[in-house]
Design a protein around this ligand. Structure first.
Ligand code: TEU
Ligand code: CA
Length: 555
């Protein structure tokens, strides 16, 4: 059985991965066709984002039927074949389960709207205020108020995300039973893991105005969240040996995560938390331009690393997913040091304590979009906020600049397989891809990198192998974590220790060459991996770090 602490997960956003029937949309057969590429990278699991029946207002996070495949992605036979092909190669599939909300096209919501009270209680309907305002001042994560008026009932329903994503009422036991049924259905198909979308938002404490915020404090890590997770665990995947689960935790606290992902707490295997990816926000406000705060980045990562370990809890470690800008554009360099910086960032993540997640194209150093016009963006969140920013008085070009930096579409352009017109995402005689291919695919693509021993792809391959099956695996998977030079303005470094062995990661986070006076004594260490051949260490122990230089040391 796989040990998830030695595993790496590869995330696929099928819509942007590979299109096999020339309709411009990635599909499941596309994933099947690339399974050997994924095997070559060396990962143990594939997390597939939702491909269930959906109107696609939020690219499948608005599920209309959990038991069937959206025709745009393929068929049930394709899913079964994919599970089998992955299994043959020792790769487990993790499906993405969205249970905070369903699409308003889901049968449950349609029945609710038809007045069926059994199904109406699957959702959160409330009367407005006497003054004609919505029930509370809570804000949708995609902009605007979180309640939608339904004239027929003279009531509003809650949607923490898009208006077409109605929140489920987890207080209702029938809702929870339906969810258990769905999970069991997919477990029987041979799925090896689940990722649970915004799962810490399912328990709402109350429905009151938030005088100091957007309402999130009333539904984040709510009062019954642990009870719901335990129940889900006990009735479904908790009974399956070696099943792996990860909860996406929105604005969570570390104290709750000890419980969500504790070794014996009976909830989940691990959590995604996002605090380290808000260091270029202003507080919780993402739609601003502020430089990334490196000190804060380190402080957050190290706090989570050390405290989760102390509490015997487990974390996912990652820079990228389908909601995030590309890390090489965000914290690295798209230009001269593109390759070095991509490898440096990979090194930092992959030697931490936790399960690393690689998002499609990250292993190639794919960058943010090169979109120059708002019409090129597709994401509902970006389009809403483009409007909201202008309503606040920003010019169209200033609003566009913010969207270019923060848009989720940065992570959603087609996978760059080769240098052909559509980057090999689809064939040249296909319909146009649903979202434009980045023109840098001539320089950044899988075909070239597979041939180049020194590529980012091969570097990621080595990082993944290191954790899985090497002399260093145990210390990477099980070792303690000690931050090094935490206050240093340029260096990201840490030490892992396990049963008398030590592993040290040293990294220059910036382009500027850096003389690191406080470098650890590396006598007796062997350099395991790095993005430069030689590391210069002066007589007095000063490490002369080259632009974005990173290395892994072991003894
Ligand atoms: O995302 C949850 C979430 O709150 C954020 O990532 C959000 O998408 C955005 O970045 C806030 O600025 C999950 C999914 O990963 C995302 O794709 C879905 O849109 C969302 O839930 C709703 O299901
Ligand atoms: Ca297709």
């Amino acid at each position: 059985m796989k040990d998830f602490r030695k595993s790496t997960v590869y995330q696929i956003y099928p819509k942007s991965f590979c299109d096999t029937n020339k309709d411009g949309l990635g599909d499941l057969r596309g994933v099947i066709s690339k399974i050997d590429y994924i095997k070559e990278l060396g990962v143990d699991y594939i997390w597939l984002t939702p491909f269930f029946v959906s109107p696609q207002n939020d690219n499948g996070y608005d599920v209309a039927d959990y038991y069937n495949i959206d025709p745009g992605y393929g068929t049930m036979e394709d899913v079964e074949e994919l599970i089998a092909e992955a299994d043959k190669r020792g790769i487990g599939l993790m499906f993405d389960m969205v249970f905070n909300h369903v699409s308003t096209e889901h049968e449950w919501f349609r029945k609710a709207m038809a007045g069926d009270s059994y199904y109406k209680d699957f959702f959160i309907f409330r009367k407005g205020k006497d003054n004609g305002e919505p029930p509370t001042n809570w804000e949708s994560k995609f902009g605007g108020n979180a309640w939608e008026y339904v004239e027929k009932f003279d009531e509003y329903y809650l949607h923490l995300f898009d208006v077409s994503q109605a929140d489920l009422n987890w207080e209702n036991e029938n809702v929870r039973r339906e969810i258990q049924k769905i999970l069991k259905f997919w477990m029987e198909k041979g799925v090896k893991g689940f990722r649970f979308d915004v799962i810490n938002l399912i328990s709402k404490a109350c429905y009151e105005d938030d005088d100091i915020g957007d309402g999130r404090r009333f539904y984040t890590d709510g009062p019954k969240i642990h009870q719901y997770l335990k129940e889900m665990h006990d009735t479904t995947f908790g009974q399956a040996d070696g099943f792996v689960t990860v909860g996406e935790m929105s604005s969570t606290t570390i104290d709750n995560c000890y419980q969500y992902a504790g070794r014996d707490t009976g909830e989940l295997s691990m959590v995604f938390s996002f605090h380290h990816l808000k260091v270029d926000f202003m507080g919780n406000e993402k739609w601003v331009l502020v430089p990334a705060d490196f000190q804060k980045l380190k402080d957050i990562i190290f706090e989570w690393q050390t405290k989760m370990a102390e509490h015997n809890a487990w974390n996912a470690v990652f820079w990228c997913n389908h909601d995030q800008p590309r890390v090489v554009s965000r914290f690295g360099d798209e230009g001269r040091y593109w390759k070095e910086s991509a490898k440096m960032l990979g090194t930092i993540i992959h030697c931490l304590r936790g399960t690393p997640y690689v998002y499609q194209g990250e292993e190639l150093g794919m960058t943010n979009t090169d979109f120059t016009d708002i019409s090129q963006f597709k994401d509902v969140e970006s389009l809403n906020h483009y409007q909201i920013l202008q309503d606040k008085g920003l010019s169209a070009s200033d609003a566009l600049r913010i969207i270019q930096i923060h848009s989720r579409d940065n992570g959603r352009t087609p996978m760059q397989w080769d240098a052909s017109q559509y980057a090999g995402f689809t064939s040249e005689d296909s319909k146009k891809p649903w979202i434009a291919v980045n023109s840098n695919h001539e320089k950044i693509n899988a075909a070239d990198q597979l041939k180049d021993e020194d590529s980012i792809f091969h570097y990621y391959q080595k990082l993944i192998a290191l954790r899985k099956d090497s002399e260093e695996s145990d210390v990477i998977a099980y070792g303690d974590v000690e931050p090094l030079a935490q206050k240093d303005p340029s260096v990201f470094a840490y030490r892992r220790t396990y049963e008398g062995h030590e592993l040290i990661v040293t990294a220059n986070f910036y382009e500027k060459e850096y003389q690191w006076k406080g470098a650890p004594d590396l006598n007796g260490f062997r350099k395991v991996l790095g993005n430069y051949e030689e590391t210069e260490i002066a007589e007095d122990g000063t490490m002369k770090l080259k632009p974005y230089e990173a290395a892994v040391w072991y003894r």
